[in-house]
Design a protein around this ligand. Structure first.
Ligand SMILES: *[C@@H]1O[C@H](CO)[C@@H](O)[C@H](O)[C@H]1NC(C)=O
Ligand SMILES: *[C@@H]1O[C@H](CO)[C@@H](O)[C@H](O)[C@H]1NC(C)=O
Ligand SMILES: *[C@@H]1O[C@H](CO)[C@@H](O)[C@H](O)[C@H]1NC(C)=O
Ligand SMILES: *[C@@H]1O[C@H](CO)[C@@H](O)[C@H](O)[C@H]1NC(C)=O
Ligand SMILES: *[C@@H]1O[C@H](CO)[C@@H](O)[C@H](O)[C@H]1NC(C)=O
Ligand SMILES: *[C@@H]1O[C@H](CO)[C@@H](O)[C@H](O)[C@H]1NC(C)=O
Length: 342
């Protein structure tokens, strides 16, 4: 997540710094600036129209790369407004009133350079069709999305981040083919939706999988065989029980950060020695036996030999029924532990 944001900023800076603008072009840009918006000379490709109670998108100037329209009353995205804006890279439409029927069918498809599209806090009921294949980040959190039309992502080979948190997506909407075409997806956020089971059909490239605040009770056997790169897995605030976790489900070397807070576990699940962060707070765990949860036979742990010492650095066990002190065998096994919260 941090890495992705960093890259976005770098890209932005580079685009600005390589600008080399003749005076005539500069004048034209000032003339084209919609009267409702602000087009600062120091950011010649940015058009700022946020917080203006706009009901419609103004005609977007042809030179626009970055368009800020957040926090208005816009309910439609018309082809007319974008007729000349063929160079757009980034559109922020967060906090508006956009509905699926308000989006002109071909308006986005024509934006062949669009990388980031943000439409959080709108009134979408489905992931809109006709999004451009050039997209790298798509954020549609806090809408009313229940549907992901089949094929809606086909050809979106560069999309790395898909944020759909706080919608109404149920497992039925996530068919095997719903996410087909996302060949390079890295992060997907499906937190706060209506999932009762783990989503199926996730791209094999998925590294960060966020599923907090659903009603998931179990993880199917071999689930992570389909997504062998998952490193950050968040399942806080779900309904996981011990019986819903197959014995070796987290015995996977790729998982580095595992968050299972606010579930109904009574035992610490088995995990791999590569795991670095484990959140198990606010479950129903009565006790921890360091010898039992040690991913390696505890007598073989050796902090001088990399492969022979589990990597766990941070462990949260507060909000359970465990009483201090921290068991000695826990410290013996996890030589790299920097913090244990009991
Ligand atoms: C727009 O509103 C947001 C939230 O109220 C505020 O943080 C931001 O500074 C405002 N921007 C402008 C340009 O007024
Ligand atoms: C597009 O550009 C042309 C030529 O500069 C201009 O006459 C027209 O009003 C523009 N249309 C929109 C929708 O911005
Ligand atoms: C994906 O990104 C690569 C590298 O920037 C680019 O060459 C390619 O055209 C992009 N694909 C699409 C569908 O835009
Ligand atoms: C994912 O969604 C949750 C909302 O439940 C939000 O708090 C969190 O910031 C999101 N995570 C990322 C990395 O976008
Ligand atoms: C964890 O998985 C490895 C194979 O990757 C296996 O050798 C090992 O026995 C498993 N650990 C347990 C405790 O089942
Ligand atoms: C912890 O588990 C080990 C191995 O299963 C067992 O020998 C030991 O007695 C247990 N320790 C406690 C304090 O229950």
């Amino acid at each position: 997540m941090k890495v992705l944001t960093g890259l976005a900023i770098l890209l932005f800076m580079k685009d600005i710094c390589t600008q080399d603008m003749p005076y005539a072009e500069y004048l034209q840009q000032i003339q084209e600036c919609p009267k409702e918006c602000h087009c600062p000379p120091s950011f010649p490709n940015a058009v700022y129209c946020e917080n203006k109670s706009l009901k419609q998108i103004p005609d977007v100037p042809s030179h626009t790369w970055y368009l800020y329209l957040q926090n208005n009353l816009i309910d439609s995205v018309s082809e007319k407004a974008f007729k000349n804006a063929t160079q757009l890279k980034w559109i922020n439409l967060n906090r508006n009133k956009i509905t699926n029927s308000g989006i002109d069918k071909n308006v986005f498809k024509k934006m062949k350079n669009l990388l980031f599209l943000y439409m959080e806090d709108n009134q979408l009921e489905a992931v809109p069709s006709g999004l451009p294949n050039s997209l790298e980040q798509l954020k549609m959190a806090r809408n009313k999305i229940t549907k992901i039309p089949e094929g809606v992502f086909s050809g979106m080979e560069n999309l790395t981040l898909l944020d759909l948190h706080s919608n109404k997506i149920e497992n039925g909407a996530l068919t095997e083919r719903a996410l087909k075409g996302l060949k390079n997806l890295v992060q997907i956020n499906l937190s706060k939706n209506g999932l009762k089971a783990m989503p199926s059909g996730l791209p094999g490239t998925t590294t960060q999988l966020f599923l907090d605040g659903n009603s998931i009770e179990k993880i199917p056997d071999n689930y992570f065989k389909e997504t062998p790169k998952v490193s950050f897995l968040r399942l806080n605030h779900n309904k996981l029980v011990d019986g819903g976790l197959p014995k070796n489900i987290f015995n996977v070397s790729t998982i580095l950060d595992l968050q299972l807070s606010y579930n109904q576990l009574t035992k610490v699940p088995l995990f791999h020695s590569s795991l670095e962060h484990l959140h198990l707070d606010h479950n129903k765990i009565g006790s921890v036996n360091g010898t039992k949860i040690c991913p390696l036979p505890i007598e073989t742990v050796d902090d001088y030999i990399y492969e022979k010492s589990p990597r766990l650095r941070y462990l949260r066990l507060d909000g359970n029924e465990i009483k201090p002190p921290i068991p000695m065998d826990l410290i013996m096994c996890f030589r790299f532990l920097q913090a244990v919260v009991i």
